[in-house]
Design a protein around this ligand. Structure first.
Ligand code: PLP
Length: 356
């Protein structure tokens, strides 16, 4: 599709942050955004890259009332040779359409998704930070903008992409987090929207996260929504446990987000000689196996942090420390390998990296 590039007036050009250690996450946005509209009877129309700025939305529009919204998250990395790379962006395009299908939203052709992302990142390449651990976070989003209060799929959508230079996630060190196992609230239920990256899932998870923080934990570990027994995810990351030479994670059965990082971890762990089991594991077994030392490591996986070491789990007010409470060998190896491939320091033998 032809993408129009609108002029960027001088007064809309922002000053870049000169101190990359102060970037944080998702607080600064670049000068431009990509936007394309879908209208019933017309399909996708008027793709353009325009100055970044607020939308004018009708207060009645569907996204504001019934949450018809989906999003994605991926990153662009600046390599030492000056080139720019994306990590497995076609997986984000596919997952976006999987989310769209669940929310009764129109499919975004994969080429359009990838073209919008690539052309925007190319135009905004000056915004990609260069310090170790930094990147340009990419947030593709679709919202329902028809102004009507009836509960129904919208007849008008915006698909847009915004960019945010982000700082090193582990500026304070690659330190293990303390997790509270959530036995009251649930994130997703069978038949629900847990497998879709849709705003409502995150709005409904805020309360549990807040209560865990109040008790001194970094995040919650979600149990399944039916029996509150089986391990699902940790915050907005997929969850892994290591038993010596075996790695365990929850199977994709509808309530779990199919992470690009999760998929990459599974491939890398198998490559390193680990057996990977995608199987249901109940929390009582996990707690017993941590205490007996059978579980040697635990970590979360997701685009923002890549890998997050988990040092301890607390379930029903009892805390169990995983291994020595430090960063496990596989956890460290996966983090180094994944970030190495993403930044071009380690050869990519899987074809994951896409230069733009
Ligand atoms: C985005 C997300 C993940 C991680 O997916 P990645 O593709 O690895 O970033 C895991 N769980 C939830 C709930 C998420 O929203």
């Amino acid at each position: 599709m032809q993408i129009r590039v609108l002029p960027l007036p001088e007064e809309k050009q922002k000053k870049k942050c000169s101190d990359e250690s102060k970037l944080g996450f998702g607080k600064i946005f670049t000068d431009r955004m990509f936007l394309v509209e879908w209208k019933a009877g017309q399909g996708w129309v008027d793709a353009r890259i325009e100055p970044y700025g607020p939308f004018s939305l009708d207060p009645a529009c569907l996204v504001l009332h019934y949450g018809q919204e989906i999003f994605e998250g991926l990153k662009a990395y600046r390599w030492q040779d000056g080139s720019v790379a994306l990590f497995r962006p076609e997986m984000n395009a596919r997952r976006f359409n999987h989310s769209a299908e669940r929310l009764c939203m129109p499919e975004v052709p994969e080429e359009l998704f990838l073209q919008g992302v690539a052309e925007l990142v190319r135009l905004e390449a000056d915004w990609i930070p260069t310090a170790p651990g930094t990147s340009l976070y990419i947030r593709p989003t679709m919202i329902a903008v028809e102004a009507v209060l009836g509960v129904k799929p919208s007849d008008h959508y915006y698909f847009y992409v915004i960019l945010s230079p982000v700082g090193a996630y582990y500026a304070g060190g690659f330190n293990p987090v303390k997790i509270m196992v959530e036995d009251q609230y649930v994130r997703a239920v069978p038949g629900g929207t847990g497998e879709a990256k849709t705003g409502g899932n995150y709005a409904s998870s805020l309360k549990a996260g807040l209560e865990a923080k109040k008790k001194g934990f970094d995040q919650v570990l979600w149990l399944d929504g039916k029996e509150r027994r089986f391990i699902e995810e940790v915050g907005a990351m997929n969850m892994f446990f290591t038993y010596g030479n075996r790695v365990v994670t929850a199977p994709l059965e509808g309530s779990i987000l199919s992470g690009v990082t999760r998929n990459s971890v599974i491939t890398l762990a198998a490559e390193l000689g680990f057996t990977v089991d995608e199987c249901k594991t109940d929390i009582d077994t996990i707690m017993a196996d941590i205490r007996s030392g059978k579980i040697t490591e635990a970590f979360g996986s997701g685009t923002a942090a890549v890998i997050t070491p988990v040092g301890a789990l607390c379930y029903k007010n009892e805390t169990a420390t995983i291994g020595s409470g430090g960063v496990g060998a596989l956890t460290q190896r996966l983090y180094d390998t994944l970030t190495g491939i993403q930044t071009g320091v380690i050869a990519d033998k899987f074809g994951w990296v896409k230069k733009i």
